[in-house]
Design a protein around this ligand. Structure first.
Ligand code: NAD
Ligand code: DAU
Length: 381
């Protein structure tokens, strides 16, 4: 630990986005000691990190972020300099059924981690010098935007992610870093609360903190309760595709490795106490996105075009379903020069291929305890 330039704690590293961040940091920074802290809930899967688990600069610690004494021991024991905090309960549908778990992990867990970092850093001679608590948050804290153009109009913004073929905006407003917080779901309320605690530790104690709010991620290793991996897997098995409501809700999709690159850049170059929005200016109406997924899976499986469209099943809408998310990430582009690297069609193709080629990964998850939970959660859909 002493030979390394920095000891970095990444929480939630066995989850979807966390595993991409851990992989990037372990491979790119052999001079950093990376400690991955994860409780291994249903969403945490060490198989996501098989390729880097034996690297000398990587350590895994199984722990619950809401356990303050444990957080104190870990932060001090590993002499942590920087924290990238991703551990959270992340699925909106689960938060509707079980809000308390979300408050416990996302609010109390974040608070315990902040407090443990503060107490340890306060004992050091140079205190907060070279230290950073970087909190990963979501665009959902901003609430929902209006759908003023249900058919979509030409987007005022261009990026690599939103391809020429699909360069749409479904409204005139976008979430900015200054947009007022207006969370609707228990998930987004818990994330908003955790964001406030992170900023409070800066404003009250002078702790170096940073918050980023990102749009919907997609890519390999995403738990198959989320739209894209769930639908890819269901198409493969000829199972119904449960579209909430009319499928008109809009999300702004970003390839997960582009989010991980943004996190790397912001961790190293971001302004302390600042906030950056991360997104691809890549809005899709759910039903249009679902049709792209169906086309791609059918093509790769050798099915005739349109073969799996019959699986589309409209079901009861999600309670309080936010209509539209659209991130304005120009601040990050302007100040730190980040932009997405991958066009959406390319990203989706890569993603579908990955899931089809990693059926063992999917089967492992969709069996046993999770399968029982899943059946219960989605019965009647
Ligand atoms: P995920 O559900 O795939 O992974 C979460 C990880 O946190 C899992 O490995 C889980 O085991 C771990 N965890 C949960 N509770 C814990 C606890 N009490 N202690 C320690 N570890 C615990 O989530 P994700 O989609 O990778 O999201 C990661 C972070 O990014 C979350 O904070 C989420 O709010 C945020 N985010 C996600 C998206 C997205 O599209 N997925 C977009 C923006 C922001
Ligand atoms: O915007 C960022 C957020 O994106 C993250 O903070 C969350 O952690 C992440 O889960 C994601 O939230 P969403 O609720 O947008 O993602 P999800 O994949 O659950 O749903 C995407 C859209 O698809 C949403 O409008 C609901 C709809 N949907 C979802 C599922 C699972 C369906 O129509 N059917 C489904 O079965």
């Amino acid at each position: 630990m002493d030979n390394y330039k920095k000891n970095i704690l990444i929480t939630g590293g066995a989850g979807f986005i966390g595993s991409h961040v851990v992989r990037l940091f372990v491979n790119k920074y052999p001079e950093y000691n990376i400690v991955n802290l994860d409780k291994l809930t249903y969403a945490g899967n060490l198989a996501n990190l098989k390729d880097i688990e034996d690297k000398p600069n990587y350590t895994f610690v199984k722990a619950d972020i809401a356990d303050l004494d444990e957080m104190r021991r870990i932060v001090r024991g590993h002499a942590i300099d920087g924290i990238i905090h991703l551990a959270a309960e992340s699925h909106v549908d689960r938060s509707i059924k079980d809000p308390f778990t979300f408050a416990r992990t996302n609010v109390m867990g974040t608070l315990a981690l902040l407090q443990a970092a503060k107490e340890y850093w306060d004992t050091l001679p140079d205190k907060y010098e070279g230290k950073l608590f970087y909190h990963i948050s979501t665009d959902e804290v901003y609430g929902a935007l209006e759908l003023t153009h249900p058919e979509g109009v030409e987007s005022p913004f261009t990026t690599v992610a939103s391809s020429a073929e699909h360069h749409h905006a479904f409204g005139t407003e976008f979430f900015l870093e200054t947009t007022k917080y207006q969370p609707h779901s228990p998930y987004s309320a818990s994330k908003a609360s955790s964001d406030h605690f992170v900023r409070a530790y800066h404003d009250t104690y002078g702790m170096p903190t940073l918050v980023t709010n990102c749009s919907n991620n997609y890519g390999p290793y995403q738990f198959p309760e989320k739209l894209i991996p769930l639908f890819i897997n269901n198409i493969r098995h000829g199972k119904p595709l449960p579209v909430y409501g009319k499928g008109e809700n809009v999300r702004d999709w970003l390839f997960v490795e582009d989010h991980a690159r943004a996190i790397d850049l912001i961790f190293h170059k971001g302004k302390v106490a600042d906030t950056y929005n991360i997104g691809g200016f890549n809005e899709w109406k759910n039903i249009d996105l679902i049709k792209v997924i169906i086309r791609t899976v059918d093509r790769l499986l050798g099915n005739p075009e349109g073969h799996s469209e019959k699986l589309i099943t409209y079901v009861t809408d999600r309670a309080g379903h936010d209509l539209r998310y659209a991130i304005d990430s120009r601040k990050l582009q302007r100040e730190l020069g980040w932009e997405p690297s991958l066009q959406f069609e390319e990203g989706i193709e890569k993603t579908v291929r990955w899931y089809l080629e990693h059926q063992d990964w999917m089967d492992h998850i969709t069996s046993g305890a999770y399968e029982r939970y899943y059946e219960e959660m989605y019965s009647g859909r």
